[in-house]
Design a protein around this ligand. Structure first.
Ligand SMILES: *Cc1c(COP(=O)(O)O)cnc(C)c1O
Length: 429
């Protein structure tokens, strides 16, 4: 499979280049040249299949034979190693719990998969790969845990001293092995600048392989299409055709993956992109004008995005036509007040505790489901990750899962550095 840039269909790359570069040279995002439509027998055979089996059958079209099938099968099984259950919330609405991975959020899926794909290319390119990531909190933990122990790939996490929460910091500073954390005397922007400067240093890049584990990497969003299809395997077949899938969205990578599954023939009715007060996509669906905005801070802060980086991909899937998009995708935006009220209402009526992101998804289904439809929203993070908000509105204690607690017992190991990228060069492989 070749991958083309959303800025120019003629600008193509092979899998290895697209994965290691992340972004096309013209700054476009890579998209697969074609999306295969899977045969009816595949959809009929879903019930009872594992995520790894479904994943292999879907993803081999994009990743093989660039990666040989037998090797790829093992990589997929290794990446999808935690459960993603569909849980009933009430008679009409269920949720897909994506938070059973190492850092309790759906980003674990993409990070684990990307890590294994990169490791494969390092194996065959000879040189070790250095992944550089600046983080203000959550990305660092998903990337570090996703890449932990993966051969030939070394992760370097740069974070601003004193500006990430203790628990977040422990999630990427206690791991050891192939993960190195740098505590930078500066702010997040300094960390980002250091990473950019390292990428721009020509001499350094001649000597070493440097890459990023950016959320725009195609090997991060494509594997996410698997859990949408795996969700169907857990839902009675007669409900599929009236199923509405609701995705709490920020950078729109997750919903892009869902829409790729749809294009592969996933037999569901439609999608809702649920957003917080950052409503640029909702406005686009309503007006047809895409107008990026500065991001606003909200309770569902992993979705505080004013110019979603995957918008170009979503648009591409519908040939750039908002009319075509509207036939499949609608959107609704929720204020912090509505998010709080939703957490409270769902907890009171059903006993289920939503995290602030999932609450946006639930609310959009409750408002948007039409007669005869059933809804599935994605629970993108465990409520314990946003414990202050969830406990406040749910009015009840949220238990901290053992695997999150476990980080708190580890020993922080990080290298204190001033905000100059040359401080990290010595630790690159
Ligand atoms: C990243 C994130 C989102 C948004 O996903 P996108 O792919 O950026 O749309 C939603 N919820 C949580 C908890 C996240 O971490």
């Amino acid at each position: 499979m070749k991958y083309y840039s959303t800025n120019n269909r003629n600008e193509t790359a092979d899998l290895k280049t697209a994965v290691l570069k992340g972004l096309a040279p013209d700054k476009g995002l890579y998209m697969p040249e074609s999306i295969p439509v899977l045969p009816q027998t595949f959809w009929d055979s879903l019930p009872g299949k594992s995520m790894a089996e479904i994943g292999f059958e879907m993803l081999k079209h994009f990743f093989c034979p660039d990666i040989p099938e037998d090797r790829f099968k093992a990589m997929v099984a290794d990446a999808f190693n935690f459960p993603v259950p569909v849980v009933k919330v009430n008679d009409r609405i269920s949720t897909l719990e994506l938070f059973h991975g190492p850092t309790l959020a759906f980003k674990d899926v993409g990070a684990r998969f990307l890590a294994r794909v990169m490791s494969y290319f390092a194996d065959f390119g000879g040189k070790p790969i250095n992944v550089l990531a600046a983080t203000s909190g959550d990305t660092g933990s998903a990337v570090a845990n996703g890449f932990l122990g993966v051969a030939n790939v070394y992760v370097h996490i740069l974070y601003p001293k004193g500006l990430v929460s203790r628990l977040q910091e422990l999630q990427f500073t206690t791991l050891g092995q192939n993960i190195t954390a740098y505590e930078v005397s500066g702010v997040f922007d300094d960390c980002q600048r250091m990473v950019k400067e390292a990428f721009m240093d020509k001499e350094l890049n001649k000597e070493k392989v440097l890459t990023s584990a950016n959320s725009i990497n195609l090997a991060r969003f494509l594997p996410q299409s698997v859990y949408y299809v795996h969700a169907l395997s857990q839902i009675p077949k007669e409900e599929w055709k009236n199923l509405v899938v609701c995705v709490p969205s920020g950078n729109f990578g997750d919903i892009t993956a869902g829409l790729v599954a749809y294009k592969m023939g996933m037999p569901v009715k439609r999608f809702i992109a649920a957003v917080n007060a950052n409503r640029v996509f909702t406005d686009y669906i309503e007006t047809g004008d895409y107008k990026p905005q500065p991001s606003k801070h909200t309770l569902a802060n992993a979705m505080d995005v004013g110019d979603p980086s995957n918008f170009a991909r979503v648009s591409e899937l519908f040939g750039g036509s908002v009319e075509e998009m509207r036939k499949v995708v609608s959107s609704k935006s929720y204020s912090d007040e509505q998010i709080g009220k939703t957490i409270a209402k769902v907890a009171k009526e059903t006993g289920y505790i939503c995290d602030p992101h999932g609450a946006v998804g639930y609310a959009a289904l409750e408002d948007g489901l039409q007669a005869g439809e059933k809804g599935l929203f994605l629970e993108t993070a465990h409520p314990a990750k946003f414990v202050e908000t969830t406990e406040k509105y749910a009015g009840r204690k949220v238990e901290i899962p053992a695997r999150l607690q476990k980080f708190a017992e580890g020993t922080k190991q990080s290298i204190g550095v001033s905000a100059d990228y040359r401080n990290i060069v010595g630790s690159l492989r």
